[in-house]
Design a protein around this ligand. Structure first.
Ligand code: HEM
Length: 419
């Protein structure tokens, strides 16, 4: 990755930590531990950005008003020598999304976004989640085995979110592809120049196609509002006189965030449970522990191990001077394993309390969909363990962790199980 557009520290750090090395992709936590112990505020020359791995630094950074969420400079930097026009449509979409905004713009968008997550709406989604989980398990119940990813964790949010948003069934597959393509370039990808160009092209095309579909749905709901999320947000925009041009970005962000994170979190959670049979048994014997079990799954192996900020001013973190304009990767996954914050952090303990993990972030950008995410995870995992009590890894097939095309998302491409 070329770092010529970003501010770099005067003296480069000698240590190298390869976050995309195959061992680190399968299990990042030993590498995070080394980084936290050796160089917790690390300048990574190959990426051109800083990486924080201590809980206290990450939590403070999430709340630090001197850091901006607008990462346009990083996306341009990712292109290296490629022409910025390659990602013009991607930038048009991304620069309007909530998670990339700072106050006061962010405050307005967040208020609007909240209108889509009313208590009434959330309660109405409970039965959608339960019915979808049951339908997916009906499909495999008599097979004696399944792939958690392709049979459950991908289709679950892919059925739930379009239903919540009122997206036609015929557009589901496209929506998943567009979300993956936008998410890969947005999530700080690794790879050769050729791969980066390919990610950029796919992200740009996906931004055009996804925006066109959502615009069409907004127009429809404007004429004929229903009870779906696009209708709720359309009404809120009209009532508050907001710029309608920004609504597609808000819808796409909520859809995209809800698809990728839940898919990965279900697979990470099932993997953690199956690797710790004592904890699995404890949960099976006492299903009421599901809420604290879900929190521990998120702490133990979050699907969003990094988020990014840009320094708006020169600043100092952990004794290191970070120049204005620097990109800072906040290691949420690393922070969740910091022994200064958590007793025995590498122990998976479904009754851990307190459990103040940073899986959903903290501060003004903390996850807007956290209530929905918790609801999906608790319903899905409770139903899975109740209906398939003999769940175990498939000894004849390999689990495949995601190829980690981007730093921001982490999960499995395949997780074969038997029951
Ligand atoms: C286990 C699943 C999930 C995880 C681990 C997760 C994680 C996160 C994190 C770490 C942030 C903070 C970003 C920052 O500080 O800049 C965030 C923000 C956000 N999340 Fe989630 N998320 C999950 C599920 C969802 C779901 C299901 C939705 C919606 C359907 C959603 C929508 C959002 C939105 C819209 C934001 C931006 C909030 C803002 O900028 O104010 N997330 N999420």
């Amino acid at each position: 990755m070329n770092s010529q557009h970003l501010n770099m520290p005067a003296r480069a750090n000698q240590q190298t930590y390869d976050l995309f090395a195959s061992g680190a992709l399968v299990n990042s936590y030993p590498l995070f531990k080394r980084m936290r112990e050796e160089d917790p505020v690390h300048y990574c020359e190959s990426f051109g950005y800083w990486i924080l791995t201590r809980y206290r630094d990450v939590e403070a950074a999430l709340r630090d008003e001197r850091l901006s969420s607008n990462r346009t400079a990083l996306f341009i930097n990712q292109l290296g020598s490629l022409d910025v026009n390659l990602i013009q449509n991607f930038l048009d979409l991304i620069t309007k999304i909530m998670v990339e905004q700072d106050p006061p713009k962010h405050t307005q968008l967040r208020k609007l976004g909240n209108q889509g997550f009313t208590t009434r709406a959330l309660e109405s989604w409970r039965s959608i989640i339960q019915n979808t989980t049951d339908r997916l398990l009906d499909n495999v119940q008599n097979q004696g085995g399944m792939d958690i990813v392709s049979d459950l964790s991908i289709p679950l949010p892919l059925f739930i979110l379009p239903e919540i948003f009122g997206v036609p069934e015929t557009d589901r597959a496209n929506m998943l592809e567009w979300t993956m393509n936008i998410g890969t370039f947005w999530g700080a990808p690794g790879g050769s120049n050729i791969e980066i160009e390919e990610f950029a092209l796919h992200a740009d095309r996906a931004a055009v196609q996804f925006s066109a579909l959502i615009r069409q749905l907004i127009e429809q709901r404007r004429r004929q509002p229903g009870t779906d999320m696009i209708s709720l947000l359309t009404v809120a925009y009209l009532e508050q006189g907001f710029n309608f041009e920004e609504l597609p970005s808000l819808c796409i962000q909520i859809l995209g965030a809800g698809l990728l994170t839940i898919t990965d979190m279900i697979s990470n959670g099932v993997n953690a449970l199956l690797r710790h049979p004592d904890q699995l048994q404890k949960l099976q014997q006492n299903p009421a522990l599901i809420n604290s079990a879900v929190e521990e799954m998120i702490r133990f192996d979050t699907s969003v191990p990094f988020f990014f900020r840009i320094a708006k001013l020169d600043l100092t973190i952990g004794g290191k001077d970070i120049p204005k304009g620097s990109v800072i990767a906040l290691g949420l996954g690393a922070a969740n394993h910091d022994p200064q914050k958590f007793d025995s952090p590498s122990v998976f303990n479904i009754t851990r309390s307190p459990n103040e993990h940073l899986g959903f972030g903290s501060g003004i950008h903390s996850c807007l969909g956290a209530v929905l995410a918790r609801m999906e995870l608790t319903i899905c995992l409770t139903t899975l363990l109740r209906r398939l009590p003999n769940l175990r890894f498939d000894p004849d097939k390999q689990a495949i962790p995601t190829k980690h095309k981007s730093l921001l998302f982490k999960g499995f491409d395949s997780l074969p199980v038997k029951f």
